[in-house]
Design a protein around this ligand. Structure first.
Ligand code: GCU
Length: 609
């Protein structure tokens, strides 16, 4: 036992806390490069060494050994050398991308700080910026390159980019990432949510290069309200970083034989507005994508985008000026077959493939921004998307840090997603308890969404409250929404399946309504009477009874039953039936389709006729 004088103990205790808060309060800026899939990238995916750090000692808490104790130093233990109490090179590895919970039994329930490290080689190019890109890291991330602190990021489901141009060396380098998935009241989501708190670097990591002056963002949208595609007018902008006013920007759409020039203003922004005769609109029936290319100075960016309009008129949702019914399904970003956080193209193909098999033209990506490859695939498949930030259940409405976190996640979701034709709805929240503080909080988010992206619609999923057998959809939140999402669990959490058709619905706000959740649990392969919960027959009967009720709601414009696939949740502990999974899936976590899958498939098939 090393005896320390009171002063040293106090200093040690203080310093143990300081680095953590100092790091988060420094919160070096990250940026968010758009469309990086079409930029030169060097993958940093693969095995990274890791060290769990539940007591947060790795911040270099002990100034006496600061030169060796901080994990960001990436020191190595040398027998006979100075005291070093960690060594990444001697530590096990985790595969990146991938949450840590589903990779190691010892990390299945782990919540806290965990350090990652890998080496990488780099050869800087002149007049080139280099960023390290993270598809996502849940929940907070602190990034170091060659022991220099390069950025921090909070929010578990949106990408971020840290510039390392001045930190990276020619030759050997190393990167250290401290990721912390500790639930906390002030975080978004807060401490209780019905999904697994998968921690870690959950989506791909790469080094991304851009020239000195580069395309920071762009948008090109079909102007609303024009009679048909023969009079199509495209409007948009390109924003450059590092370019002065008067820089020429060229927007090309080879498929339409269009090439347009514009010049940047003092803010680096070039505006475009031009006719696009013969443009073919994007729709579920014909998800037409056009290759576009942008040139600005030495930078070039390509993308595949679709052109469509989405708007509301009374209690109708109009796609390309025509009423549309959204045949949807909700799903979590849970990896089919292996479980864990979804991230691969194969995961996206499995999940959206099942939605396509159900004859869906719509999906609700619950309850947080999903991996970007799902949005790209939805663009290609012609599946419209409800995209959501995790303002879920009882958020800390009065904490300014919480509001800042929600605003930042909303900004990042929109910035990453606003060129995906599939995205039609930005969702501000899910099942938040009514209060003036909640209304004020979400009002700010709705205003921000409309300001950042006036071309899409704003929604939220709200808990349905019934008076007897009548639901009146008058939650004050509806004032701020274009489309009202309502969740109800008649036949599961409330009432008997046989009574579902007796329920009626009132819509005093006169806005379009989506039933954004309904459903029931079933263990795949468990069969019995349709009165026995958790049998496939029970779940199937709930769907059948729901259809009888939903079919009579005159202002219903869509539905996203809960849920496409079983997903892990610590709230689902019934042994032999749930075993850590929410079993409301139409498909099990192992890909087994339940009876209700085919009932929904048949219902949507008939709706299409
Ligand atoms: C809620 C919630 C979902 C949850 C579901 C359930 O409506 O929005 O996240 O998983 O109910 O209880 O299964």
């Amino acid at each position: 036992m090393v005896r320390m004088c009171r002063r040293s103990v106090l200093r040690l205790l203080l310093s143990a806390a300081l680095p953590f808060f100092a790091l988060t309060s420094q919160s070096q800026q990250t940026t968010l490069l758009v469309d990086i899939d079409n930029r030169p990238q060097t993958s940093l995916n693969g095995p990274w060494h890791y060290i769990p750090d539940p007591v947060r000692d790795g911040w270099g808490s002990n100034p006496d050994h600061a030169s060796l104790n901080g994990y960001a130093k990436n020191a190595h233990y040398v027998p006979g050398g100075p005291l070093v109490q960690y060594d990444f090179a001697r530590s096990p590895t985790l595969d990146i991308p991938g949450d840590w919970n589903s990779q190691k039994d010892s990390l299945f329930y782990y919540e806290g700080l965990l350090w990652y490290q890998r080496d990488f080689t780099w050869h800087p190019k002149p007049r080139t910026h280099v960023f390290v890109h993270f598809g996502s890291a849940n929940y907070a991330a602190h990034i170091f390159v060659n022991d220099a602190h390069v950025c921090d990021h909070e929010g578990g489901f949106t990408p971020f980019d840290c510039e390392i141009t001045d930190t990276v060396k020619d030759g050997d380098n190393f990167i250290v990432a401290a990721v912390d998935n500790q639930r906390a009241v002030e975080r978004v989501p807060t401490v209780k949510f019905d999904w697994w708190n998968y921690g870690g670097i959950t989506r791909p990591v790469s080094l991304v290069e851009v020239p000195e002056s580069y395309i920071d963002d762009y948008s090109l949208q079909l102007k609303r309200g024009l009679p048909n595609s023969d009079h199509a007018q495209l409007e948009g902008y390109v924003h450059l970083v590092g370019a002065g006013p008067g820089t020429r920007v060229t927007f090309s759409i080879p498929g339409l034989h269009i090439e347009k020039d514009a010049v940047t203003d003092t803010n680096g922004r070039a505006e475009f507005s031009f006719a696009a005769p013969g443009l073919e609109l994007w729709s579920p029936e014909r998800p037409r994508l056009y290759e576009i290319s942008l040139h600005a100075g030495s930078d070039e960016l390509k993308d595949d985008i679709g052109f469509r309009t989405i708007e509301v008129q009374g209690d109708q949702i109009l796609l390309n000026g025509k009423p549309v019914f959204l045949r949807g399904v909700s799903f979590h970003d849970e990896a089919p077959f292996r479980s864990g956080r979804s991230w691969s193209d194969k995961d996206a193909e499995s999940l959206l493939g099942w939605a396509h098999e159900l004859h869906c033209n719509f999906v609700r990506m619950a309850h947080y921004p999903h991996a970007e490859n799902e949005y790209r695939l939805a663009d290609k498949l012609g599946i419209m998307v409800w995209s959501e930030i995790p303002v879920y259940w009882g958020i800390d409405w009065t904490d300014p840090h919480t509001l800042d976190g929600a605003k930042q996640q909303l900004h990042e979701m929109i910035r990453r997603g606003h060129n995906h034709a599939s995205v039609i709805l930005w969702s501000m929240s899910n099942e938040t308890p009514e209060s003036p503080e909640r209304d004020a909080f979400i009002h700010q988010l709705a205003q921000q969404a409309r300001s950042e992206d006036p071309t899409r619609l704003v929604t939220s999923a709200i808990v349905t409250h019934f008076e007897g057998t009548t639901a009146t959809l008058d939650d004050p939140l509806g004032q701020d929404l274009d489309v009202l999402g309502y969740n109800e669990y008649l036949g599961w959490y409330q009432g008997k399946p046989a009574d579902i058709p007796n329920y009626t619905w009132q819509n005093p706000l006169g806005k379009p309504v989506i039933i954004s959740e309904f459903g029931a649990g079933a263990k795949a392969g468990l069969h019995g009477p349709d009165t026995e919960m958790f049998t496939e027959e029970y779940q199937d009967n709930v769907f059948r009874q729901q259809f009888q009720m939903l079919g009579k709601i005159p202002f219903l414009r869509g539905m996203t039953p809960w849920v496409l696939m079983d997903f892990r949740s610590p709230m689902r502990q019934l042994p032999g039936i749930q075993d850590d999974y929410n079993r409301k899936g139409l498909v099990s976590d192992k890909g087994e389709k339940k009876k209700a899958f085919f009932t929904l498939q048949d219902y949507y098939a008939h709706m299409q006729q």
